[in-house]
Design a binder for this molecule. Structure first.
Ligand SMILES: [Zn+2]
Length: 166
């Protein structure tokens, strides 16, 4: 999770290991990205890739928009308790799988805000109350990160680890 990465970064040794690791990962993703771009750019205009798992053709680079970053801002999130409840209900057969797939149970808005020198995500579930996740304990570092691509990767990681916790 985001905050864990910062905590890990507190020791010099941890910091170096983290830098090496992220350099390697960004190097690899750079290679993958270039390979993808070379294929993508060779496709004739109007011909988008459509993988079997996708509901529609993938958007071309110029059709895509960047997600908004930074704070304060509102984002889509999930109530971890609602998600757990729905998953269990699907397993026991009380709720159909279609409900889980199409009705987006547990989806709530979250506010990413500064709070006491930290960056936190606050969300309020009408049923389960407030959840607060610390995204970063270092405001300055986060502001620097916001200017890099790393932030998006970290935020995605936070989202998937939060989902995995449910
Ligand atoms: Zn809930």
């Amino acid at each position: 999770m985001f905050s864990d990465q910062f905590r890990r970064g507190e020791s010099e040794k941890g910091k170096l290991a983290g830098v090496k690791g992220s350099k390697l990962i960004s190097g690899l993703s750079d290679v993958a990205w270039k390979a993808f771009q070379s294929v993508n750019q060779r496709l004739p205009e109007g011909e988008s890739i459509r993988p079997s798992w996708a509901p529609g053709p993938l958007l071309k680079s110029y059709e895509r928009t960047s997600p908004p970053l930074g704070f304060p801002r509102e984002t889509d999130s999930l109530c971890p308790t609602c998600v757990k409840e729905v998953r269990n209900a699907v397993i026991t057969g009380e709720v159909s799988l279609e409900t889980l797939m199409h009705q987006h149970p547990g989806e709530i808005k979250a506010q990413i805000v500064e709070d006491n020198g930290q960056v936190v995500m606050r969300k309020n579930c009408p049923k389960h109350g407030e959840f607060v996740d610390v995204l970063s304990t270092d405001l300055d570092e986060t502001s620097k990160l916001l200017k890099t691509k790393t932030f998006i990767d970290t935020e995605l990681q936070t989202f998937s680890s939060a989902a995995a916790r449910c």
